[in-house]
Write a protein that binds this ligand. Structure first.
Ligand code: ZN
Length: 446
């Protein structure tokens, strides 16, 4: 747009509608750099006033002077007084009804709401009354404007600048700690903190403890009125002043299986936290103290939330080592155990969905690898099996065969019936990619 064109459009606009400096300037918001819209608008009004009143000739355009005065341009009011015209009262801005002039008030409201939260970066969102947006867009159409900025974009930016100068915290559209959401219709502000994510590993030290709160019918195998999720998240919810917390674990163990050794990887998502920089060493001690030996966590670190889906995918393939105490239908020879170990070295096993979960899951065949199996006789009819295998393999079924649905299986190779008496997880592979997502013991301060 040429300068004469810009001035001409501004002139038509201001003669038709009283516009505050910002709303006039915003019509040309994409032009020029390093300017506020108020500066653009004021510059245009200044030029129009120069056109409207020529001191040397003593000529003026009273209509234009009145339009400028109506829009709140003080120099135009002074000029009208000088030529002895009727004084003109400023009216509300046609587009924003003076909303833009309340940037400071909105910023103060945000700062007030934000006092409840720990944050170092923030973002501002705003819902603008529909009528304002319609009026603004009708002007764009009328004057065929293609370089305008929206009021929403201006308002959120200007409120953001103001909050930044009031608090010293940083405006950041990329992963802010806190998002202020302004409702310009109801004149209310709410703050929504981004979740905090913590990675760690847990050991489940008892049988009969479910991973998540048990919502279904009573199960006789359940021995505790709590869950791994509750034991880990309850202390964290308190420490972070959070609304809620969710456990995202890398897989889950059966109710009657313990997870020992290095423990199971997990991420806790702290939802809507008021505090963001809890000392995780302290959090770890608090969880372990209050879990009273049922569960233990360790190596808690802050991580990026993007780890959650990766962790879930990883749990499908992560290697695991199990130990099982099993009872045999009849005695076997020592030689049989040696053959068993040789057979299950890097062996691909084919499993149909176990009968015990067939009601909940589709019947399909999955193929998983057994890397190593070690067998030790405990008594005439009792042996200990140590099995290292790919994630997602059903170990109980690998042992007893599940009526031939898992093949090959230990019972079949030994030629006896087998009952699994106890099963524990001894080791779960550490996902290598975790290190790419670690933020540290404290979340990073921008
Ligand atoms: Zn306005």
């Amino acid at each position: 747009m040429r300068a004469s064109e810009i001035i001409n459009v501004a002139k038509q606009a201001i003669q038709k509608y009283p516009l505050c400096d910002s709303c006039l300037g915003r019509l040309f918001g994409m032009m020029g750099y390093g300017l506020t819209n108020a500066e653009r608008g004021r510059a245009l009004k200044t030029i129009l006033l120069m056109e409207a009143y020529d001191t040397a000739l003593g000529e003026w355009n009273e209509e234009l002077l009145k339009s400028l005065a109506l829009s709140g341009f003080n120099a135009a009011r002074l000029t009208l007084a000088k030529i002895g015209a009727e004084p003109i009262k400023e009216v509300e801005c046609y587009i924003c009804k003076n909303l833009v002039s309340k940037v400071n008030e909105l910023a103060t409201m945000c700062v007030e709401v934000g006092k409840e939260y720990e944050y170092s970066t923030f973002q501002v969102g705003c819902s603008i009354p529909h009528e304002i947006i319609e009026r603004e867009e009708s002007l764009w159409l009328n004057f065929r404007l293609e370089r305008s900025e929206s009021i929403k974009s201006e308002l959120t930016r200007e409120v953001g600048k103001q909050i930044q100068s009031l608090t010293g915290k940083f405006y950041s559209p990329d992963k802010p700690d806190l998002v202020f959401i302004i409702d310009a219709k109801t004149w209310k502000v709410v703050a929504e903190p981004r979740p905090v994510f913590i990675y760690g590993r847990y050991r489940k030290k008892v049988r009969g403890l479910p991973q998540s709160p048990w919502l279904y019918q009573p199960d006789s195998r359940i021995s505790y009125n709590t869950s791994i999720e509750e034991l880990i998240t309850a202390p964290l919810i308190k420490l972070f002043g959070a609304r809620d917390a969710k456990l995202h674990a890398a897989g889950r163990e059966d109710l009657d299986v313990r997870t020992l050794g290095n423990g199971r990887p997990f991420v806790v998502e702290i939802v809507s936290p008021k505090v963001r920089s809890v000392d995780l060493g302290m959090a770890e001690r608090l969880i372990n103290d209050s879990a009273k030996g049922l569960v233990e966590v360790e190596n808690l670190v802050y991580v990026d939330g993007k780890l959650v889906p990766k962790l879930k995918a990883f749990s499908e393939i992560a290697r695991k080592k199990y130990v099982a105490k099993v009872k045999l239908g009849q005695p076997i020879s020592d030689h049989a155990l040696e053959e068993l170990e040789a057979k299950f070295r890097n062996l691909l096993v084919s499993q149909r969905t176990p009968l015990r979960i067939l009601r909940r899951k589709n019947d399909k065949v999955r193929k998983k690898i057994v890397y190593e199996l070690k067998a030790k006789a405990l008594g005439e009819r009792e042996i200990l099996l140590e099995i290292t295998c790919q994630g997602g393999l059903y170990v109980k079924e690998l042992i007893h065969g599940d009526q031939g649905r898992t093949r090959p299986n230990v019972a079949e190779v030994l030629g006896v019936n087998i009952t699994v008496e106890e099963l524990d997880i001894l080791w779960i592979e550490e996902p290598e990619m975790v290190s790419d997502f670690i933020l540290g013991l404290r979340p990073p301060v921008a």
